[in-house]
Design a protein around this ligand. Sequence first.
Ligand code: 6R9
Length: 655
Amino acid sequence: MTDETLSNLLHENRRFAPPPELAAHANVTADAYAEAAADPEGFWERAAERLTWERRWDRVLDWDQPPFAKWFLGGTLNAAYNCVDRHVENGLGDRVALHWVGEPADDTRDLTYADLKDEVSRAANTLLALGVGDGDRVAIYLPMIPEAVVAMLACARIGAIHTVVFGGFSAEALASRIEDCEAKLVITADGGYRRGAPSSLKPAVDDAVEIAARAGHEVPHVLVVRRTGQDVAWHERDVWWHETVDTASATHTPQAFDAEHPLFVMYTSGTTGRPKGILHTTGGYLTQASWTHWAVFDLKADTDVYWCSADIGWITGHSYIVYGPLANGVTQVMYEGTPDFPERGRWWQIIAEKKVSIFYTAPTAIRSFMKQGREIPDRSDLSSIRLLGSVGEPINPEAYVWYRDVIGGGKVPVVDTWWQTETGAILISPLPGVTSGKPGSAMTALPGIGADVVDDAGTPVPNGSGGYLVLTRPWPSMLRTIWGDDERYVDTYWSRFKEQGYYFAGDGAKKDEDGDIWLLGRVDDVMNVSGHRLSTTEIESALVSHPKVAEAAVVGASDETTGQAVVAYVILREEAGDGGPEVVQELSAHVRTQIGPIAKPRQIMIVPELPKTRSGKIMRRLLRDVAEQRAVGDVTTLADSAIMELIAAGKAQST
Ligand code: 6R9
């Protein structure tokens, strides 16, 4: 990428210094950067000491055969013991681990760390009785209920490898994951609650197990939690959770496993082709998930109440609901439902009621709240909040400032955390007691992490320029491979900058004049308009900075004259009405003044919704299909597949 390419980005001069009180007591100070730079392995070794190991490692990092890393060689530990038992042994058994909030009003459950230890032990004994053991794979297809956490930890406790599949995925998607990792057990529920009504899960599992059987893979058992009480078909392979786990012994002695013992496989979609089973192992993953959770959120486990709104079927749920927070022994909120049920203020009511102090969510959620207006959160007392986090997509400066002002009372740090399923834990983020945050920037690599922005040839770009985000050093929670496909692992992540030995993240990024990093979206989201490279994020942020716009998605559609042309899909804020040709003109002019004439959209479409994956990422691929007047491609990973029909039927306004 050349300099002019992404040079327009964001005339953003706002800075938010850490609150002095927070900085004075921060878990991590500026010294950490220098310490880690001087000795990254020593730095991670100290982070690993925050965990309880049965046997200490002999060597921190084995990078003798890149890109296949081994961390904490010779060390042994049990992840579930670290997340549960050790807190009970340390006298914290009565501390609430999960304030679980069901979607139906008044359906709540509190589990202490002692409760969790009993539940996980019972579930571990049940899995063993079902013939699941060390190294076996278990697929988990559950709603956001405590049993999902228990099931994951029960696997970890006995050395079984879990693969959590988001409850909204289809039977086919579930089947392909079951087949790919040859799961020996599926853990599911009769159903879950979604917007006030029970929605079934078990029929999809029944279908998936049959699809897998036809492909030659038999699943011996399905363990079923009764959540909604709805009728389910029953097969010989099925067993009820309440008839097995609830009656099992609560005594189970965890065994220590090798630091490199596989902990889980998380499937993530590539740009094309089959989903990739990203493999994470035990010691390095738990070290970095727990250290980053403590450092980036400045966690005070004795007093904080933490809430991450992600689903457990997403990597964020793994690292920042299950492994990081529980390894750190904090009290957290876990919520089953959608943000707006039974009313739009549901999240804010939960924050007020549980006195949540640290809240972690995604830009897509923030933008949809912006759209509804601040009156809704303003009705709840959000004064308990002392830190906010964002993950999943670049956060537009306007969304950042709204989040900080409206949810954070204009005074709390916002940490914009960049990472991936593959990275296992946060790699680029402000440190809340150190960094003066810039709205829209994930700022700098955390201590112990090597990140850079390079050009096509792999040479670091100067400040003020854009290119590709790379990771220059191995890190403890890095993926170890793609399940069953080492070659695809090497090709996907390590071949683009082979010579330099860099990990290719697939994201475009820019270093600003201070050297701080701005993420610009996936590389395939970079457009080329008349030879100028433009990032979708940049134009989306310009649109979102207009007072009438709630959310925007931009794609590059092929264009006979310019190569690609900018096509924008815009959701208006409620007070802006339905829009009309004047609004479209106004938005077009706004982009022109914010970025320049080159970025002016060829077409702006006002739409009621945008197509998103379940983890909140906009599926620009589908919007590109509409923009290029093609039949819309595969919609199976959409959270709501009806949205594409709405968009196709929506008012298309050309500029
Ligand atoms: C954790 C997670 C990874 C991709 C990543 C990037 C985007 C995540 C971001 C961000 C800008 C951030 N992404 N966090 N982009 N700023 N703070 O989201 O994992 O589902 O694997 O997605 O998400 O494009 O490459 P995953």
